[in-house]
Design a protein around this ligand. Structure first.
Ligand SMILES: Cc1cc2nc3c(=O)[nH]c(=O)nc-3n(C[C@H](O)[C@H](O)[C@H](O)COP(=O)(O)OP(=O)(O)OC[C@H]3O[C@@H](n4cnc5c(N)ncnc54)[C@H](O)[C@@H]3O)c2cc1C
Length: 423
């Protein structure tokens, strides 16, 4: 982990206290310092950017190069709220900013944008160096506990530190505390009751970009846990009757399903489970075959060959795909050519629940946009701004998460800078 300054027992009195040193908070600190504010970053962990570094482990996907309308559409119901922030600091601005840190980027075949070395650590190191040079102070192992009642609320901030509790007074505050996944990296969602007590409206934090539990038989999960299913498509009707259909690949896990295709559809699957108690998705095991082609091949006379050899030779159904058929269809259904053909294109799979929030990539829910003005200042707590994953938006993987964290960090900082001139 990149080193940061050692904890200070007597924190300075900054103009702005940025609480949370993930991408959103660090961007807020940078923008505020550039505006001439005295900025201090407080983080509960011994070093900043731990989730950012974790995101770099599998290849740091910074943003996406797709055209703007499609890009904005990834934020679903929150596109309207995020569009102005992304217009100010979107995918290209983010890439230019990364280049300014001395890190090159490239666009992968899927349109995803990565640093050339795929890593987060060199970028974070260069960024922290630049932040310190611009005068930003870092106070690690400072866990924000809420506000000191009756003393300059909301700007008297209580922290637990290794040297005991302390109170920091600031003229404005940016909260960038993250969501509620991977608590061991710092973002544990403990801020929810602290803000709720102050009258801030918060949508419940929920798993996003997540896998799901399926009640596999012992035999199936023993044989196929870890097996990739590809190519495959998943179809799911959401409650409004809208058909989500997407092709890609996913992985069988011991308890269910995970992987990119499942993450991409995780929001509608999760919403369906929340509404109905469970969801049935349909697997298209032969996405490049038409229903007619599948039917013709299934019904082709198989002579003395077993059904599995028939499916293998005529349609290439083998391994985990054959296992899924046996797992999800009754013996009678398998032996009925009509039902089998339909099932190869739409195999029903009952999905029970999302994986626990702590192990998923991101969380949905958070501070409602209605609780903030356009500069991300809390209506209930003037002078307190929020940014990053703790806001009530969600997006699929593909760099959209980091892009919105950076963009909202910048918006909150510009709001806080303007507030300082008014206060
Ligand atoms: C495995 C994994 C891979 C990912 N890969 C990608 C990817 O490739 N592309 C992408 O776009 N996104 C990716 N993400 C998501 C992305 O990392 C997050 O959306 C992003 O880090 C959120 O930024 P943030 O600044 O809002 O919050 P965080 O990065 O979570 O930072 C919040 C900070 O607040 C601090 N904090 C929390 N509570 C307190 C408190 N009470 N007091 C003081 N400090 C506190 C935490 O210690 C932490 O440092 C990935 C996530 C994971 C888990």
């Amino acid at each position: 982990m990149p080193s940061t300054t050692t904890p200070t027992s007597a924190p300075a009195t900054p103009d702005v206290a940025v609480i949370g040193g993930g991408p959103a908070g660090l961007m807020a600190a940078e923008v505020l310092a550039a505006q001439g504010a005295r900025v201090a970053v407080y983080d509960a962990m011994p070093s900043v950017g731990r989730k950012f570094l974790m995101a770099g482990k599998g290849g740091m996907n910074l943003t996406h190069a797709e055209p703007e309308p499609a890009f904005l559409g990834r934020y679903g119901a929150r596109t309207g709220q995020l569009a102005p922030m992304l217009a100010d600091f979107g995918a290209q601005a983010l890439r230019d900013w990364v280049h300014g840190l001395g890190i090159d980027t490239f666009v992968g075949s899927s349109g995803r944008v990565f640093p050339t070395d795929m890593k987060a650590a060199p970028m974070l190191r260069a960024w922290l160096h630049r932040l310190r040079e611009s005068g930003v102070q870092f106070h690690m192992r400072h866990r924000w506990l809420g506000w000191e009642d009756g003393d300059g609320v909301p700007h008297a901030l209580r922290f637990a530190t290794p040297h005991g509790d302390t109170v920091v007074r600031a003229r404005a505050v940016v909260l960038a505390l993250g969501g509620a996944s991977w608590a061991r990296l710092g973002s544990d969602g403990a801020w929810v009751p602290r803000l709720a007590q102050r009258g801030v409206e918060i949508a419940p934090l929920r798993p996003a970009n997540c896998g799901f539990d399926v009640a596999w038989s012992e035999d199936f999960s023993t044989r196929f846990a870890g097996a990739p299913v590809k190519p495959v498509a998943i179809a799911l009707n959401d409650r409004d009757g809208h058909l989500n259909y997407r092709q890609g690949e996913f992985v069988i896990s011991r308890d269910g399903i995970e992987g990119s295709l499942v993450y991409a559809l995780s929001a509608p699957i999760r919403d369906r489970i929340e509404a109905d108690g469970e969801a049935t998705i349909h697997l298209d095991l032969l996405p490049s075959h038409s229903a007619e082609q599948v039917s013709a091949q299934v019904e082709h006379p198989r002579g003395s060959r077993s059904l599995s050899s028939h499916l293998q030779s005529r349609l290439g159904i083998t391994g985990v795909k054959a296992g899924l058929l046996r797992e999800c269809l009754s013996r009678d259904a398998m032996l009925d050519p009509g039902t089998l053909a339909v099932s190869l294109k739409a195999l029903p799979l009952r999905v029970l629940r999302p994986r626990p929030i702590d192990e998923v990539i991101s969380s949905a829910g958070g501070v409602r946009f209605e609780a903030m003005d356009a500069s991300l200042m809390l209506r209930a707590l003037p002078g307190v701004f929020c940014a990053g994953e703790m806001l009530d938006w969600e997006a699929p993987t593909g760099g959209y998460l980091l892009t919105a964290c950076f963009a909202s960090g910048r918006t909150a900082a510009l709001g806080a800078a303007a507030y300082l001139t008014r206060a």
